[in-house]
Write a protein that binds this ligand. Structure first.
Ligand code: F6R
Length: 605
């Protein structure tokens, strides 16, 4: 939520910050703004409601020669999408941009007598006013005191009018990375904005203060002592964050799946057996736990539901899946006998992070499955399995989902071995079948023209339903989420057997129903449920595995997956469901990569 960037150095700060904002735009795109020191040390502000393109247009009319500045692209929380609420916010000497939420802004407004004095409705302007009160010419001292006043999550980049050429930054929970290169000093919400300039970077430690000048990036601990950052090297390159000829990031990321799926699995196979020794995950842990709690949000949570359907019946221990934002308030039964698996592409989702902290406080060991190296969730977990998905730029998650499931499947297989559920031969056969899903995914991606045609019927309808049983139901949830988030078509996923308990009332002539029937043990029952919707006029798009016998007239459209064992059908199906959503959005002429009201990384509760 919200992208922030700061730069000091010899390059053109205005152009560089605008380009960085384009890279960060997937984090929020309600409005954007920049603040720059010009060569005479005067400050300039340019802000625009709308996307970064609007800000770029405004800046093109008003180019400013600058070597130090900050920029922000906003996902509105406090206050509507207006010019007044657009960052940066300035009070007195202080100009700042912010990602996060200041929870005690009411108390701060009262304590600092700010009522009636502010121009915007944002918590950020309150924060700027507080810092301005505390500032008497010593930036580090004032920021230290300021941190003591704040409750909530934040990453701030701050400039003081009387300190041209300097940027200060701090964070609590919200992400921030920094780098010093031959081309100057950089700070940003995430790596994608830094990648064109540097592959070495550091994650700003919480509560430490960073100071950027054209010649250095310095880090200070809460007592004001200079300290050394831990330098990391990005394994991603700039190419990975470009569209590379695809019309949208989402389509590119769908296409990347077979490759990144293998990248996630292959380094963790040793003689065909899953091996987590690089992650230091002890077999003892996997062997002795008496239950598993999977915690995540959105698509990552759906990946967890697929894993639950795989794990519980085979490991014969309870496996639950919790929505991270609910977990904390459920008073969950969790202790050191339970393994927590936390899943997050960004590694920064605040609800997931809060759930992780609770799980650890309760004594549970946490294995996280994370895509972004060095992210907060990764750093706070007992063990991390990095998915090697590369940067996921489209707001709708695609490749992150399949690599999360790949990692979960490997982890399951290691657990099954450790607990004596699988022999080595059985585990080798499992990983062999898992790897065979890469060509199965590819085969379905190649069917994109067929899917594009099918989607025409869905696009003409205000509603769509996704039904299935068991694992097929878990896939349906993801299919419906993907469709609604980028095509704005109301989509519901239903356990096929549950429809007749109410929701079937919504099935009428031509209502599209995507029916998934790949689980052979319950195929006959799912088929009966499909007959029920067909009898009520539904337009049925049926997804089955090759070789499944289907009666004439059961489906209006049949999508056949390559022959795949039941437990692995998620991979080719994921590609189909993603392409359905993608083409629905394209056919409706919508912004596929940046759907309304959403942002890639959800760093507010
Ligand atoms: C949907 C989507 C979201 C994310 C969710 C969790 O396409 O992308 O539902 O899956 O916000 O994000 P991470 O995985 O970053 O924790």
């Amino acid at each position: 939520m919200c992208g922030i960037i700061g730069y000091c150095g010899p390059l053109d700060a205005q152009g560089l910050i605008l380009e960085g904002l384009s890279q960060l735009e997937y984090r929020g795109y309600d409005s954007a703004g920049i603040a720059l020191f010009d060569e005479e040390s005067h400050m300039h502000f340019i802000k625009k409601v709308g996307k970064v393109a609007a800000l770029k247009e405004a800046c093109a009319k008003d180019p400013i020669l600058s070597h130090c500045g900050i920029g922000h692209t906003r996902w509105a929380t406090h206050g509507g999408v207006t010019g007044e609420n657009t960052h940066p916010h300035t009070v007195g000497n202080v100009t700042m941009i912010h990602n996060g939420i200041i929870e005690n802004y009411h108390a701060l407004t009262e304590n600092y007598h700010l009522q009636g004095k502010l121009k915007s409705q944002t918590d950020t302007e309150v924060a700027a006013a507080v810092l301005n009160e505390l500032y008497t010419g010593d930036p580090l001292g004032a920021i230290r005191e300021f941190l003591g006043c704040l409750e909530g999550s934040y990453s701030f980049c701050i400039m003081f009018e009387d300190r041209p050429g300097e940027i200060y930054a701090v964070r609590n929970m919200s992400p921030l990375v920094a780098a010093y290169t031959g081309s100057g000093a950089f700070i940003a919400s995430d790596l994608t904005a830094l990648l064109p300039y540097s592959r070495s970077y550091f994650v700003v430690p919480e509560q430490k203060i960073v100071k950027l000048t054209a010649y250095t990036v310095l880090l200070y601990d809460p007592d004001g002592r200079e300290c050394e950052p831990e330098i990391l090297t990005a394994s991603w390159n700039t190419n990975a964050a470009m569209k590379n000829g695809f019309p949208h990031f989402m389509l590119k990321e769908i296409h990347e799946q077979p490759e990144v799926f293998k990248n996630t699995i292959l380094p963790r196979l040793n003689k065909g057996l899953p091996d987590f020794s690089d992650e230091n995950i002890p077999d003892e842990l996997l062997k002795n736990v008496t239950g598993i709690r999977i915690i995540a949000c959105g698509t990552a949570m759906h990946a967890g539901m697929v894993a639950r359907a795989l794990m519980e019946p085979r490991l014969r221990i309870p496996v639950t899946v919790s929505v991270a934002s609910e977990f904390r308030y459920e008073e969950p039964l969790i202790d050191d006998s339970i393994l927590s698996i936390v899943i997050s592409q960004s590694g920064e989702t605040i609800d997931t992070l809060a759930a992780l902290r609770l799980a650890r406080e309760s004594g549970s060991k946490v294995i996280s499955i994370v895509n972004v190296k060095g992210s907060t969730i990764a750093r706070e977990s007992d063990y991390v399995i990095y998915t090697h998905g590369g940067p996921e730029i489209a707001v709708a998650s695609t490749k992150a989902y399949t690599v999360q499931i790949a990692a979960l499947y490997l982890l399951f297989c290691r657990m099954a071995l450790a607990r004596g559920v699988y022999s080595e031969e059985h585990a080798q056969s499992f990983t062999g079948s898992l790897l065979a899903c890469a060509p199965a995914m590819e085969a379905m991606i190649q069917k994109k023209t067929l899917i594009q045609e099918i989607v025409t019927h869905i696009v003409g309808s205000p509603d769509a339903f996704f039904i299935g049983r068991g694992m097929d139901y878990a896939f349906s949830l993801e299919g419906a989420l993907k469709l609604k988030e980028i095509s704005y078509i109301h989509a519901e996923a239903y356990a096929a057997g549950e429809l007749k308990h109410g929701t079937i009332a919504l099935i009428a002539d031509h209502v599209p129903v995507v029916a998934i029937a790949t689980q052979t043990n319950i195929l006959a029952k799912t088929i009966s449920n499909i007959r029920e919707v067909k009898a009520r006029g539904a337009y049925v798009i049926l997804i089955v595995t090759e070789g499944t016998r289907i009666d004439n007239g059961l489906a209006d459209v049949l999508i056949t997956l390559p022959a795949t064992e039941d437990k692995f059908t998620v991979f080719p199906i994921a590609a189909v469901l993603q392409l359905i959503a993608y083409y629905a959005s394209v056919q409706k002429g919508l912004d596929v990569d940046q759907p309304r009201n959403l942002a890639k990384s959800v760093t507010v509760e």
